[in-house]
Design a protein around this ligand. Structure first.
Ligand SMILES: NC(=O)c1ccc[n+]([C@@H]2O[C@H](COP(=O)([O-])OP(=O)(O)OC[C@H]3O[C@@H](n4cnc5c(N)ncnc54)[C@H](OP(=O)(O)O)[C@@H]3O)[C@@H](O)[C@H]2O)c1
Length: 273
């Protein structure tokens, strides 16, 4: 990965997962700066990652070639105002935003003159290097896109979207999706406890079932998901009985409605900011 100067606005979960990924990928820590309002958090991040840090967003962005917006959408205007007041030309800087619901149009209003903007929808597994980030780039050349791809891949995988509104689709399919799987595991855990398993044993069983199932999907690329399901389902057997219950409650429709609700909320949020 080319060693550009990267500044993070915000030093929370998402910033930390990306910084962690960059350091793991042997990106030089002295090329990274983090800006976050509380001095004690700046000090902690500097100590943990041996990076540069400041509470002054404008100062932190002066030399940056890449600015990563890892703040909550509600604070975007306040956080970016001092940067746009201090820097007159953003046209050569790559702006990468992980903020949900803030469009590229809005970003270019907050940072006037910005021409190279990437919107990213990451998910929480980025925190442990198994994330999936959906990204849409506007105005980047191939080298800059490759750089951004490597950066995002340092905490998992990245896929590129061909239009900005696909960010809302990927929010439903990936950004929010870990919670769907956790909910399913929670439901199964409740049942395991009802069967008399301790909380620890229930967790041990379910985390291994989840991991094993994910590995089956990963390692059997020549099989469809349907084939994998059918391989566990003998006609008239135990699995078939369980699947009948899901189907009788129209699980396909429940999933479809849930994803649409998520996507619609993402569209709504984009109008809000
Ligand atoms: N976490 C996820 O799963 C996920 C998934 C997809 C997208 N996202 C998006 O990622 C963004 C960041 O999420 P997160 O989970 O990393 O949030 P977070 O942990 O709350 O981090 C936000 C950071 O921004 C800092 N901050 C607040 N005001 C600031 C200002 N004026 N200038 C500079 N920094 C400021 C906060 O500092 P203090 O804590 O000191 O206030 C904190 O370090 C959000 O927009 C979210 O929509 C998150």
């Amino acid at each position: 990965m080319e060693f550009k100067k990267i500044t993070f606005i915000g030093g929370g979960n998402m910033a930390k997962s990306l910084i962690n990924g960059l350091i793991r990928a042997k990106f030089p820590s002295n090329n990274i700066t983090v800006c976050t309002p509380h001095p004690e958090k700046v000090a902690a991040l500097k100590e943990e990652f041996k990076i540069n840090g400041t509470t002054d967003n404008a100062q932190g962005c002066m030399d940056a070639e890449v600015i990563i917006l890892a703040i909550k959408p509600q604070v975007a205007a306040t956080a970016l105002a001092p940067i746009s007041a201090a820097i007159s030309d953003f046209s050569n800087k790559i702006i990468i935003s992980v903020m949900a619901g803030i469009t590229i149009e809005r970003i270019t209003k907050l940072l006037p003159g910005a021409k190279k903007v990437v919107r990213v929808m990451p998910n929480t597994p980025c925190l442990i290097g198994y994330g999936l980030s959906g990204a849409f780039a506007s105005g980047l050349n191939q080298e800059e896109k490759d750089f951004t791809n490597n950066l995002l891949s340092s905490c998992g995988h990245a896929i590129w979207l061909d239009s900005e509104d696909k960010i809302n689709d990927i929010t439903a399919l990936s950004g929010s999706a870990p919670a769907y799987f956790f909910l399913f595991l929670e439901c199964m855990s409740e049942k395991a406890k009802e069967y008399g398993f301790s909380e620890d044993n229930a967790r041990f069983i379910l985390q291994n079932v989840a991991l094993g199932s994910a590995m089956m999907v990963l390692e059997n690329q020549d099989k469809t998901l349907k084939q994998l399901r059918e391989a566990v389902t003998s006609k008239g057997g135990t699995t078939a009985k369980a699947l009948d219950v899901f189907n009788n409650h129209d699980l396909t429709n429940i999933v479809s409605e849930a994803l649409d609700a998520c996507k619609n909320r993402a569209v709504e949020m984009a109008k809000q900011f």
